[in-house]
Design a protein around this ligand. Structure first.
Ligand code: ADP
Ligand code: MG
Length: 334
């Protein structure tokens, strides 16, 4: 009896010791880049949160065409120039995805995004205005030379809204790396990057939201690997939209028609970098399932889950390497 008690006590003490050895998780959430930015860090010490969020503001500013004096607003104003290396890198990825998607993703979308005014709630423009404006969108008018010079021909103007959040998330990851952190998760309103493992030993758990029920999840992905980064980015038609005459108009525009892309309701991309995953999620959303799956095949290491709504039912497509089973879905291909 005494031995049982003593063993129980020992096990209890051991449990407490093991628990206290678990690496703590530090967490902060701020409103940034027009969304909720959450950072979780698994480490003994708390990061300097104020320093981190100041860093985020400085980086986000670089990509924002609305900020006077930012590298992108200067490119738009001066019809080109020599932006900093970090901005050039993002422009190069944007142009790569623009080319590979046949312009479904187009960083010169600004005339159209201005017309639809999603920043200030959104308005339904007249058909002729859309028709006229969509002709100003053409990524081939933005030329990146080998020496880092950008030239914007004719009326081309840049909006990196479809890739900037992912780019900032990658820069936050570099920053945390530089501070010596290995295990962390960054979530900028659905642009997620995980590094390493939760508490150094378990995968991070990422919920995939139900596109038609903000309280429900379609499933949970367990992702993470010691010493590596994985980005999981979702674009959905529920993120930013307005309704007019019972129709939903959301902020991912098809440059070919000038209207919101209509084939899919949600796209989740997994890739080694958040910048690329962000551009691909927008591109695949615009392309729809057929061409969208073809685009992913051009980017080795990228995986996708594409969801459409047909007659009130969700149907899905996913690439062969997309992890996990999301049971609530009917798959067109598996
Ligand atoms: P979210 O901001 O909801 O994560 P996205 O990453 O898909 O969604 O980005 C949407 C933003 O991308 C829009 O607000 C707009 O600035 C820009 N955008 C919209 N359509 C396109 C497009 N076809 N190509 C490139 N950028 C786009
Ligand atoms: Mg995007």
């Amino acid at each position: 009896m005494l031995r049982v008690l003593r063993n129980g006590l020992l096990a209890g003490i051991l449990g407490v010791v093991l628990l206290s050895c678990q690496v703590p998780i530090h967490r902060q959430t701020r409103f940034s880049m027009s969304t909720t930015l959450t950072v979780l860090v698994s480490a003994a010490r708390d990061p300097d949160w104020q320093g981190l969020f100041d860093f985020v503001d400085r980086k986000a500013w670089q990509f924002d065409h609305r900020q006077e004096g930012s590298p992108i607003s200067r490119l738009n104003r001066d019809r080109g120039g020599n932006p900093p290396e970090e901005v050039l890198r993002v422009l190069a990825i944007a142009q790569s995805v623009a080319g590979a998607s046949g312009g479904a993703f187009d960083p010169t979308i600004l005339p159209l995004t201005r017309l639809w005014s999603f920043d200030t709630g959104g308005v339904l423009p007249a058909e002729q205005q859309i028709e006229h404006t969509r002709r100003q969108v053409d990524y081939s008018k933005a030329v990146l030379a080998g020496d880092g010079t950008v030239t914007l021909a004719e009326e081309a103007v840049i909006d990196l809204g479809g890739i900037a959040k992912g780019a900032v998330v990658d820069l936050i990851a570099d920053h945390l790396d530089g501070l010596g952190y290995e295990d962390f998760l960054i979530d900028a309103g659905g642009d997620i990057l995980v590094s390493g493992l939760k508490q150094g030993r378990n995968p991070w758990r990422i919920a995939i939201r139900h596109p038609r029920d903000s309280q429900a999840v379609l499933g949970v992905l367990d992702v993470g690997e010691k010493g590596s980064r994985i980005a999981v980015v979702t674009s959905g038609d529920y993120e930013r939209y307005f309704e007019s005459d019972g129709r939903r108009y959301h902020h991912i525009l098809d440059p070919r028609s000038g209207y919101p892309a209509g084939e899919l309701v949600s796209v989740t991309i997994i890739a080694p970098e958040c910048t690329l995953a962000d551009a691909l999620s927008t591109a695949v959303f615009v392309l729809g399932p057929g061409e969208g799956m073809d685009l992913l095949a051009k980017y080795p290491g990228s995986e996708g889950l594409l969801i459409a709504e047909r007659e009130g039912k969700l149907i899905a497509w996913k690439t062969s390497g997309f992890p996990g089973e999301l049971d609530a879905l009917d798959y067109v291909t598996k």
